[in-house]
Design a protein around this ligand. Structure first.
Ligand SMILES: C[S@@+](CCC(N)C(=O)[O-])C[C@H]1O[C@@H](n2cnc3c(N)ncnc32)[C@H](O)[C@@H]1O
Length: 262
């Protein structure tokens, strides 16, 4: 068949010289060229490089340390993470770890929860998204506290420790952290830190509670298996279910976990 092909293929040239990076990596390290045509916002926070760029097909995109996090075309990300239609959030108490783009908070507030507390380390992310990602976060990042939610700026590990010491337990914890969360203390490698976040989260869940999080790309089975091994070795026995969705700005199928205490 290939020998009979009438067409010849040529590789497009690599584009250079833009003030923003057109090439971002997929979860399995493949490079993808995005149709970015504008740098909307750029700053270096104490924790990471924060950029918002405009893509012709995806709208504004939040990029943290050169990794794509959320775009205006990614409602499916928040909906799959929260398992919209399958979980009931009415009158529930919820904690979000990270989530600085405000997308998850905005979507959860539509489900009439009792209270949501968002623990996000980076004020620069919150302010940039509040200004330039409004189709994602609505107006929920404009205020830091209302009768329905509170946004606490700081390391979620410290806030989780406070909750553990106070014996404060909630119905849902969402792990909406960057793929490699920011550690403000020397916690060994990234997996140790992820383990710490998972163990701390289990301690603030009611016995009926759930930990909801994003895993990795479906093209990274080894990394997903490692995550599942970590889940099987937590301080308490847990069981989990999985779901998946194609995330437009990731250009790949992403795996999401729903973890509950056994
Ligand atoms: C923007 S959200 C969304 C994650 C996402 N959609 C993705 O693609 O990975 C991730 C947030 O986690 C926050 N974060 C990372 N480490 C943290 C920590 N230790 N405590 C609180 N927030 C943290 C980052 O600042 C970032 O805003």
């Amino acid at each position: 068949m290939a020998l009979n092909s009438q067409r010849s293929k040529h590789l497009p040239p690599v584009k250079r010289g833009t003030i923003y990076d057109l090439y971002l990596t997929l979860s399995d390290e493949r490079l993808l060229e995005y149709d970015i045509d504008k740098l909307v916002f750029e700053a270096r926070s104490p924790y990471q490089k924060v950029q918002i760029v405009h893509s012709k097909s995806l709208g504004n995109m939040l990029i943290l340390d050169e990794l794509q996090n959320m775009s205006e075309a990614d409602l499916i990300y928040s909906e799959t993470l929260m398992q919209r239609g399958k979980e009931c959030y009415e009158d529930k108490e919820i904690v979000i770890l990270g989530g600085g783009d405000g997308g998850l908070l905005w979507e959860l507030l539509k489900e009439n929860p009792k209270r949501v507390t968002m623990l996000e380390i980076d004020d620069v992310v919150i302010k940039a998204c509040s200004q330039y990602m409004r189709s994602v976060c609505g107006d929920c990042l404009d205020k830091r506290i209302t009768s329905k939610y509170e946004i606490i700026v700081g390391d979620c590990v410290i806030a989780l420790n406070h909750m553990i010491n106070e014996g404060h337990q909630v119905d849902y914890v969402f792990g909406d952290l960057t793929d490699i969360p920011i550690s403000t203390a020397p916690h060994g490698d990234a997996w140790d830190f992820i383990r710490l976040i998972l163990n701390s989260s289990m301690k603030v869940l009611k016995p009926t509670g759930k930990y909801m999080t994003h895993g990795n790309g479906a093209s990274c089975p080894k990394s997903l298996k490692m995550y599942e091994e970590v889940l099987s070795q937590l301080c308490v026995p847990v069981k989990f279910t999985k779901d998946e969705a194609f995330i437009p700005s990731f250009f790949e199928v992403w795996i999401f976990y729903q973890v509950s205490l056994k």
